[in-house]
Design a protein around this ligand. Structure first.
Ligand code: ADQ
Length: 492
């Protein structure tokens, strides 16, 4: 990717001097016929170039059970696979992470499973990650751990390596204490995160929920205004770092000739409707897909929308298909799509075009460009990158974003049509407002959204997190890179 020369942020934040090690559940690669290639996605695109520049390392799972290839290099980055067995995938990943923590951290939208066998697998896999990191991280390195699958790793790693600078970023919301307190292993999770020098959240609410939970459970000495928790061995800084997307990449793809052609083709295939409404989500019960479909159906029933003029395209990415809540959600959505299409479609022209598929990036961008109204209506979402991608793709300056107040993106994208998706009528009104919005207002709002997004690219997000992490370490006088003699690899 290359950024246009006038790009507003262009990395004003200096990169850390220390070597960087990233840990995430998944490695940033997938197996292809020709070997390994980088996985799609903004996080990978943000972190790989930085790791390459600093001679960095990524520790994670290949995504295949019982798969433990030797460490290898890809495009100048060392990749260290951590093996996870098929049984652990069931217990640690599908079980504790996705059927326990995920619903609890998303407003307890579904009942969580709390199972001690799953918890033990979660502890075991977190230990394995901590060991892999302790073995591979160079002396004085920054270790940046990602997401809810690895919340115990910071403490486990600090116990093994006191020379490292440890950061953690939670991509999903951190729940209020009233909900978090339900978790049988709540204290262990908070203790795990307190192994960090810096813990980052998407929204201010996540940061304050975490500080309150630490105070309630561990009687820690915390300064809520300064967002610091004092521990006997170190200070834990807590920060807010709203994640973003690779804006330059989305814009460049959106501007390509192939995308323009594909966009026109999509419109024609949909019967050249007056307004294309669009939803793009993983098929997750947090995303509010059913709500959106019901609001669309209610507007068709009342005649406020007309199947001759308005169509909805809903792309739902297959995800976590082994977890029962996801199977239920899929059945409900597909039944709803069938009912609405049965009632309102015409021969050859369904009123909802539903794809249960993962699409190539280019196709997704062409769809964003074709979409006149984007519906992003989660009940709860850490950030929601689809909302940002939609605005970045609308290089034509047109298009309306309807956005749930409960997505982290709502803090920044205040020129979207913001809505409480729990309120049926409000959601219907938001859709009508978007569909009927005057061109002048549409363009004004889209310009403001695009300005906002261009100010905060994913590269800037990563640079800010790492700069703050390094600053906390410098302030604490943590071991300088390479010169540290504390517990370096092999010494622990
Ligand atoms: P997700 O819950 O996966 O991420 P989101 O932020 O919307 O949600 O990211 C989804 C990504 O997948 C987007 O980049 C999108 O382009 C892509 N995608 C969606 N449907 C697709 C399809 N059918 N085909 C191909 N690609 C598709 C979690 C949190 C979010 C947080 C992110 C990043 O739940 O709240 O924003 O991490 O921190």
């Amino acid at each position: 990717m290359s950024l246009p020369p006038d790009f507003p942020f262009a990395h004003e934040t200096p990169r850390p001097d220390r070597p960087i090690v990233v840990a995430a559940n998944r490695l940033p690669v997938m197996r292809t016929e020709g070997g390994w290639s980088p996985s799609p996605g903004g996080l990978v695109r943000a972190l790989l170039p930085m790791l390459r520049a600093t001679g960095g390392t990524w520790v994670g799972w290949t995504g295949n059970p019982d798969d433990a290839p030797d460490p290898f290099e890809l495009e100048g980055v060392d990749l260290h696979p951590v093996p996870i067995s098929a049984r652990e995938v069931e217990l640690y990943y599908e079980g504790f992470s996705n059927d326990g923590l995920w619903p609890l951290y998303h407003d307890a939208l579904r009942e969580s499973t709390y199972d001690s066998e799953q918890w033990e697998a979660y502890v075991a896999v977190n230990e394995r990650f901590a060991e892999a990191l302790a073995d591979t991280a160079p002396s004085g390195a920054i270790v940046w751990i990602h997401d809810y699958q690895l919340q115990l790793v910071p403490k486990m790693l600090r116990e093994r390596r006191t020379d490292l600078v440890i950061g953690f970023f939670l991509h999903i919301p951190f729940p209020p204490y009233e909900l978090f307190a339900r978790l049988p292993w709540r204290t262990e999770i908070v203790e795990g995160l307190l192994g960090c020098d810096l813990v980052g959240f998407q929204r201010p609410m996540g940061a304050s929920n975490f500080i309150v939970s630490a105070e309630q459970l561990l009687d820690v000495d915390a300064d809520e205004d300064e967002r610091v928790i004092h521990r006997p061995t170190h200070d834990v800084h807590v920060g807010v770092f709203p994640i973003s997307i690779d804006v330059g990449d989305v814009e460049a793809t959106a501007a390509g000739r192939a995308t323009r052609q594909r966009m026109s083709q999509i419109r024609a295939r949909l019967g050249d409707p007056e307004v294309i409404l669009l939803g793009v989500d993983r098929l997750d019960y947090t995303k509010g897909i059913g709500l959106r479909l019901r609001a669309f159906a209610a507007l068709l029933a009342s005649g406020e929308l007309d199947p001759e003029r308005h169509v909805l395209v809903q792309v739902a990415t297959p995800t976590r298909e082994a977890v029962e809540h996801y199977q239920d959600e899929r059945h409900q959505i597909e039944r709803l799509v069938g009912e609405i299409n049965g009632r309102y479609s015409r021969i050859g022209l369904p009123v909802i075009h539903y794809l249960y598929q993962t699409l190539p990036f280019d196709e997704l961008i062409a769809l964003y460009r074709a979409g006149d109204v984007m519906l992003v209506t989660p009940f709860r979402d850490g950030m929601n990158l689809v909302a940002k991608e939609y605005a970045a793709a609308h290089i034509d300056g047109d298009g309306v974003l309807v956005l749930s107040e409960f997505a982290g993106a709502a803090d920044e994208l205040t020129d979207a049509v913001l809505v409480n998706p729990h309120d049926d009528r409000a959601l219907q009104e938001a859709i009508i407002t978007a569909v009927e919005m005057h061109r002048h207002e549409r363009r004004g709002r889209m310009a403001a959204l695009r300005d906002q997004i261009r100010k905060s690219d994913v590269q800037g997000w990563a640079d800010r997190f790492l700069a703050e992490l390094e600053a906390t370490a410098d302030a604490a006088g943590a071991g300088a890179p390479a010169s540290s003699t504390l517990a370096a690899p092999g010494a622990s």
